[in-house]
Design a protein around this ligand. Structure first.
Ligand SMILES: [Zn+2]
Length: 206
C-alpha cells in the first residue's frame, strides 16, 4: 500500500517536472539594437572548434552577453536546418556563424535581394563559394524580409538587417519565438518565395 502511494507520488512528480521543463524551454526573446559592444570572438572561435581548446581573445571588450552574442547563440543552436530570408547580409560575425553551421552539416537555404547581394562587404558571395544554396528575387521590388528559421522550429524576425551598420548603429528590434502559430506561416512564406526565386522560373530567359 505504502509502496503504491510512493509510486503514484513519484509518477505525479515526474509528470509535473516534465510539464514544467516543457514550459521552461519555450523560446521567447526580444533583442534590441544597436548591440552593446561586446566580444563575440571567443563564442565564434569556440563554435568553429578547431583545436577543442577554450578560445581566447586579447581584445578589451566585455564578455557579458549583448544582443549580437544572443542572436549568434540562437543561430549556432541549429542542428538540422536554417532558412534565411534577408534583404542585406554583410555582418562578418553572422556570416561566420552561418559558415560554422554549413560545416556542421546543417542544411542552409538563403533568399536575398538581387540589388543588395553584390554590394561591397556582402557575405552572400562567401556563402555561395562554400556551396550554400542562395536564391534571389528577380523583380525590381526589394526582397525586404529579415527573418531566419532555425530547425523549422524557432523564428527570428524583426527590423534588423544583418549588416554591420544596423547591428552597431541603428535602432532595431528582433523577436525570437518558437510559437508554431508564428513559425509555420513564415516557413510557408519561405517555401513560396524559395520557389518563386527558382532560377527555372526566371522570366528573362524566355
Ligand atoms: Zn575579443
Amino acid at each position: 500500500m505504502r509502496a503504491g502511494l510512493a509510486l503514484g507520488l513519484g509518477v505525479g512528480l515526474g509528470l509535473a517536472w516534465l510539464l514544467a521543463a516543457r514550459r521552461r524551454r519555450a523560446v521567447r526573446e526580444v533583442l534590441f539594437f544597436p548591440s552593446r559592444p561586446c566580444c563575440t570572438e571567443e563564442l565564434l572561435a569556440e563554435a568553429e572548434g578547431c583545436d577543442g581548446r577554450p578560445a581566447t581573445c586579447p581584445c578589451p571588450l566585455p564578455r557579458s552577453d549583448c544582443s549580437l552574442s544572443r542572436l549568434l547563440r540562437r543561430l549556432l543552436a541549429a542542428r538540422r536546418s536554417l532558412e534565411l530570408c534577408l534583404f542585406a547580409f554583410s555582418s562578418p560575425e553572422l556570416g561566420r556563424a552561418v559558415c560554422v553551421l554549413h560545416r556542421r552539416g546543417v542544411r542552409i537555404r538563403v533568399v536575398t535581394d538581387s540589388q543588395y547581394m553584390a554590394l561591397r562587404g556582402s557575405q552572400i558571395g562567401v556563402l555561395r563559394l562554400l556551396g550554400i544554396q542562395v536564391r534571389h528575387n528577380q523583380d525590381v521590388a526589394f526582397m525586404h524580409h529579415k527573418f531566419a528559421i532555425v530547425d523549422k522550429k524557432v523564428l527570428i524576425t524583426g527590423s534588423l538587417n544583418w549588416t554591420v551598420e544596423a547591428i552597431h548603429n541603428n535602432k532595431e528590434n528582433v523577436v525570437i519565438t518558437e510559437d508554431a502559430e508564428y513559425v509555420q506561416p513564415f516557413l510557408d512564406e519561405f517555401e513560396r518565395i524559395w520557389e518563386e526565386c527558382n532560377p527555372g522560373n526566371y522570366t528573362f530567359f524566355s
